[in-house]
Design a protein around this ligand. Structure first.
Ligand SMILES: [Zn+2]
Length: 410
């Protein structure tokens, strides 16, 4: 088998494309392969698929291909232009790459797999021996492709949430498909404009099919749901609600600790995480630490008790007993004489009609929370996010459930 035949098979070159030359440059560790579309000839119009005469060739372009024998491999070609009666003179599609890329499809496919495996742009770029900007370009292109290919499938349960980025100084709004476990879109800020932007990720048909939306109490999220999916039910997210109660417990602990310390009593010192922990996650040591405290005598013990009590609410199936339970809980919370707890109880009462909707739909923002670990990973990689577009691209790349490859998977 000669070199041309070998590369013809490696690259999958088919008639009428021909390999006319192979240049090996050992000093640069490179192999350059020259492809040609022989003239005179005919070609397919990229717009209408009609067979048309080839008009001329454009000047040579170069595509990076997967390494062969550990040599950087480049394809050189003058792409032909055809003359279509309808579409005039137009560049033909080439089988090994999309017209926008300086890489072959196989190279991009491999780069995407490497990015997914390393979750680190710099590492992937180093392994591929390409620049940061080039790997960035591959990521952006693949996300763009994936977003374009999205289908009109049903998205019955949607979550809307906020994310902080750039070390917490700025916010973003994230819309997720709870059933499909994917990020639909993310926009900068958490105002009405950002909310309107992310809702655009769904078509009108999809919006009509949304049954319920999970969210915290943020007003822009509520208004957005009322505007974009007026028939959907709002379900306030139980994790956000439990977080409010955690904050209340912590506020009570801090207050009490301060008072105790005036009398040199440090029994609440270093107990922050003990009180924030879910009781069922207690270790043996946690349990003994907990027993040593005289909980019923402590404000933080009573606050903690209200929080643990409310956990039971989410286990109810039927509305009536759940309403009764909440009524009792509300009474005990508002009579606790603990102002942080009373504040949260009043908040829950205010939004209660959109909290009890959980019993029927049982959705939460857990998936959006789960993307945090992926975001953390990308953040910690070199260069992090230089701007919001980078951040959005990375999230959609890793969590968008997109078909990213150059050629659509079937
Ligand atoms: Zn045409």
């Amino acid at each position: 088998m000669d070199d041309k035949e070998l590369y013809r098979q490696i690259l999958g070159v088919v008639q009428p494309w021909e390999i006319i030359k192979i240049d090996l440059d050992m000093s640069k560790q490179e192999v350059n392969i020259y492809l040609e579309y022989p003239l005179p000839s005919e070609g397919v119009c990229p717009k209408c698929g009609k067979i048309c005469p080839v008009y001329d060739k454009r000047e040579e372009r170069i595509w990076r291909h997967l390494d062969t024998c550990q040599l950087k491999t480049f394809i050189h070609c003058q792409t032909p232009r055809i003359t279509c009666s309808e579409h005039k003179t137009i560049t033909m599609d080439i089988p090994w790459s999309s017209n926008m890329s300086r890489f072959t499809n196989q190279f991009e496919r491999f780069a995407i797999d490497l990015l997914k495996a390393t979750k680190n742009r710099q590492k992937a770029a180093d392994l591929l021996r390409i620049s940061w900007d080039e790997i960035d370009g591959i990521m952006k292109r693949s996300v763009k492709r994936g977003m374009k290919r999205r289908k009109d499938d049903d998205v019955p349960y949607v979550g809307i949430d906020e994310k902080s980025f750039l070390s917490g100084h700025r916010y973003a709004t994230i819309l997720t498909d709870i059933t499909g476990k994917r990020v639909l879109d993310i926009a900068e800020n958490r105002d009405t404009q950002a909310v309107d932007t992310v809702w655009k990720a769904l078509s009108d048909k999809q919006k009509k099919g949304v049954k319920a939306v999970s969210m915290d109490f943020w007003q822009a999220f509520r208004t957005g749901a009322e505007t974009h999916v007026p028939n959907a039910v709002i379900v306030h997210d139980k994790f956000h609600i439990m977080k409010y109660l955690n904050e209340a417990v912590d506020a009570v602990r801090k207050q009490e600790h301060k008072i105790f310390m005036k009398n040199k009593d440090d029994c609440l010192k270093g107990k922050k995480y003990l009180f924030l922990k879910n009781r069922k996650d207690f270790t043996k040591k946690d349990r003994s630490n907990f027993r040593d405290l005289n909980l019923t005598q402590l404000d933080v013990g009573r606050a903690w008790n209200r929080r643990e009590l409310l956990r039971n609410f989410w286990d109810y199936t039927y509305e009536k007993p759940a309403r009764n339970f909440f009524k009792k809980w509300y009474f005990s919370a508002t009579h606790s004489r603990l102002s942080p707890v009373i504040k949260v109880a009043k908040l829950l009462k205010k939004y209660f009609e959109n909290i009890i909707t959980f019993l029927k739909h049982r959705i939460t923002n857990a998936f959006a929370e789960g993307t945090n670990s992926v975001i953390q990973l990308i953040k910690s990689s070199a260069r992090g996010f230089r701007n919001f577009e980078n951040y959005r691209t990375a999230i959609l790349f890793f969590c968008g459930g997109l078909d990213l490859y150059p050629q659509e998977s079937r």
